[in-house]
Design a protein around this ligand. Structure first.
Ligand SMILES: Nc1ncnc2c1ncn2[C@@H]1O[C@H](COP(=O)(O)OP(=O)(O)O)[C@@H](O)[C@H]1O
Ligand SMILES: [Mg+2]
Length: 362
């Protein structure tokens, strides 16, 4: 049972702010992901939570208790760096038991707890095996078992799947999330991989340059990105973004994209320009549309295909059914699903007003 709270946390390295006035509450029992590009301050934030790094300013609370000055060993938080690091000269049982034995836990208690986590991770049958004989997946499970066996109040994981291949990552994502659901301890998970984040998280905080871009559920980040940064970072392919001119036509703001008026789309009021965001799955092929482009790439993805169009608007990606036959150079008209359009100001922040107007109107 642990809520983690950061209050005004800043970390400076000389003049550089690696973490910049971070306010963050990580709810008790949540699977919480810190997501962002390399260098945005994820590891530094995690190390501050762990007590391995002292913030330059601000405070850290565990369940309301100020632990800013408490050293790492006293915080009872497990920091999992890489799931691969096992002791090769010890068997599975001894690997898992290691953290308990080194703390002087009585033998019978060690045995009971090792068997309990082994059951949880479905590796009971491997307890007497040697590490060298295990498959990669089982090795990861043993490493996980070793991390959870001492029942810390929270887990911090820094890109633990970093070195694994794609198939394995997917498996381990499921495994980690399942384990979390069984033990219920607060987990803070760092990754630069948005797919991993979307798969596992209850809540994601997207970081950029040491600051929070957005905090929300995977659904909120996907459908209502707070900025063009988040819109680009979440989703694959990324959201299409088009700078538009906004002109008043009889007191109604109308957006123009490359000179073409976007009739039927509620444009944001009281701005001269705005950025239109639309996900590839919300672009429709519409031959009656004046907005036209030429097919420059088709990426076949089994159930669907991703089509890249080039036109006066720039480059646009859309998802089309796989039954549609398309060739390079085909000309297509496209239209945007009005309910799915997100507007940003010229600086890249989402415009709330346009959204609420849309809802009022529709
Ligand atoms: N000990 C350090 N000394 C100087 N700069 C550091 C140190 N640790 C991290 N940084 C810098 O702080 C920024 C954030 O680093 P980090 O938290 O590791 O980012 P991330 O984990 O998101 O990739 C980076 O620009 C990094 O170079
Ligand atoms: Mg890092």
């Amino acid at each position: 049972m642990t809520e983690i709270r950061l209050e005004g946390v800043t970390k400076r390295f000389a003049d550089f702010r690696a973490v910049d006035a971070l306010d963050l509450t990580i709810p008790d029992g949540s699977f919480f992901v810190l997501l962002g590009p390399s260098g945005c301050g994820k590891t530094t934030t995690l190390r501050i939570i762990a007590g391995l790094e002292m913030p330059t300013e601000g405070r850290v609370f565990l369940d309301g208790e100020d632990v800013t000055r408490l050293r790492a060993g006293k915080r009872d938080i497990a920091f999992v760096f890489q799931l691969f690091a096992l002791y090769r000269h010890l068997n599975v049982r001894r690997n898992i038991a290691y953290p308990l034995r080194s703390r002087g836990v009585p033998r019978a208690e060690v045995r009971r707890r090792v068997e309990e986590v082994a059951r949880m991770l479905r590796i009971e049958h491997l307890l007497d095996s040697r590490i060298g004989r295990l498959s990669g997946g089982d090795r990861q499970r043993v490493a996980l078992a070793r991390a959870v066996v001492r029942r810390p109040r929270a887990f911090l994981m820094d890109e633990p799947l970093g070195t694994l291949d794609a198939e394995f990552r997917e498996l381990m994502c499921e495994e980690l999330r399942g384990l979390h659901d069984r033990i219920g301890a607060t987990t803070v998970y760092v990754t630069h991989d948005q797919i991993e984040a979307m798969r596992m998280a209850d809540l994601i905080v997207v970081m950029n340059l040491g600051r929070i871009e957005q905090l929300g559920s995977p659904q909120e980040l996907y459908h209502r990105p707070a900025s063009t940064f988040v819109a680009r970072f979440i989703g694959s392919p990324a959201m299409n973004l088009f700078p538009c001119e906004i002109l008043e036509e009889g007191h109604v703001p109308v957006a123009r994209l490359a000179g073409l008026p976007l009739a039927g789309l509620a444009a944001p009021p009281e701005v001269a320009e705005a950025i239109l965001g639309i996900r590839p799955e919300h672009v429709r092929i519409d031959d009656s549309s004046a907005m036209r482009g030429e097919v420059v790439a088709v990426e076949y993805l089994g159930a669907r295909q991703v089509v890249t169009l080039a036109g006066p608007f720039g480059v646009l990606k859309l998802r089309a059914p796989n039954t549609l036959r398309l060739a390079f150079g085909d000309r297509l008209g496209v239209a945007f699903d009005p309910a799915a359009v997100v507007w940003f100001d010229a600086g890249g922040r989402r415009l709330e007003a346009a959204r609420s107007r849309e809802r009022a109107g529709g």
